[in-house]
Design a protein around this ligand. Sequence first.
Ligand SMILES: NC(=O)c1ccc[n+]([C@@H]2O[C@H](COP(=O)([O-])OP(=O)(O)OC[C@H]3O[C@@H](n4cnc5c(N)ncnc54)[C@H](OP(=O)(O)O)[C@@H]3O)[C@@H](O)[C@H]2O)c1
Length: 393
Amino acid sequence: MSFRAAARIARTAAIKPVMAPRAMTTLARAVATKPAAVNFVATRGVKTINFGGTNEVVHERSDWPQEKLLDYFKNDTLAMIGYGSQGYGQGLNLRDNGLNVIVGVRKDGASWKAAIEDGWVPGENLFDVNEAISKGTIIMNLLSDAAQSETWESIKPQLTEGKTLYFAHGFSPVFKELTKVEPPKNIDVILVAPKGSGRTVRSLFKEGRGINSSYAVWNDVTGKAEEKAIALAVAVGSGYVYQTTFEREVNSDLYGERGCLMGGIHGMFLAQYEVLRENGHTPSEAFNETVEEATQSLYPLIGKYGMDYMYDACSTTARRGALDWYPVFKDALKPVFEDLYQSVKTGKETQRSLDFNSQADYRDKLEKELQTIRDMEIWRVGKEVRKLRPENN
Ligand SMILES: NC(=O)c1ccc[n+]([C@@H]2O[C@H](COP(=O)([O-])OP(=O)(O)OC[C@H]3O[C@@H](n4cnc5c(N)ncnc54)[C@H](OP(=O)(O)O)[C@@H]3O)[C@@H](O)[C@H]2O)c1
């Protein structure tokens, strides 16, 4: 794309306030709402929204201001089991929200050290897994999915009547034939699945914004499970939450991350880059036309204003070509997505994840695969291109 086109995008983006009224108020509220822990503004709550012709109920965090959360959970101890990406994000947000939260991880592991660095104090609010579970009333199982399966036999007997079991993914109970995680029937079992990494759960909260999350109920013995899930979703830093089931959550999540969110987009970048290189284009040109322009110029426009806006902001030449080629890509890729969905639904992806991530040396093996990515020309070029961004000089 030409500089002229890029300049036009920048100009248009700067002057065109084309957000749907709802999106505008969401953004306005997010900006207006300072640190989430301090100022919840109770202006909106549960709503039925027409999402492209389908009505869905959503809950917004303004229904659960901080004082209400503190009151709702005043008799609870939230035991955050695991301190990976989600444990970090959700745990610190809960702590900043003033709730009684403790962390449970294996002593002297990487997470134990990370938790101490983040200010959790051994014996005060940092314990080993079993001690934290024994102290908790709401057990938030944020171990890795493979570890949830490995540790289930020791955790299950501690999930006694009156406790609540919380997951951030439907993986363990939905694929119980593979994971062996079968939650007790006499306690509430709920799910809150943030739609982003734990780092983003934390950074959005600190900016006074919130991650979108889904919530679901597996067991409701108290009649309060749904309400508890929604309240917890807000407490861990969600901006709005939509209802799902454990099954729908795990299927869509495993599918999405293998597809457009990570695997699919990575494969598409590689294919486009390789063809450019095979046709004599320089690394700079191939990278700029594949990744840099996408992530720095065009994808943020999709994120902020939508796909039609991005088309509208581009040159007539770019627009015509993209309009002609997107159906070709869609038709070529749809069978791959269909295969992928089946692979998820049948449990094949779950089995693969359990097999790989249960190995004692899974971190080393993962590191080797990540190194292969780091060593690819495209991503080595990316490193140099990023250095040239004026803000990085
Ligand atoms: N990451 C995301 O973007 C994301 C988004 C939404 C939902 N989720 C879900 O959130 C949950 C947690 O995911 P995560 O990415 O935060 O965690 P993770 O990084 O996959 O898991 C890390 C935690 O598991 C512990 N662990 C691993 N093996 C263990 C074992 N054998 N015994 C005891 N502890 C063990 C680690 O402790 P050590 O340091 O001691 O090894 C660490 O605290 C999962 O259900 C995941 O699907 C994740």
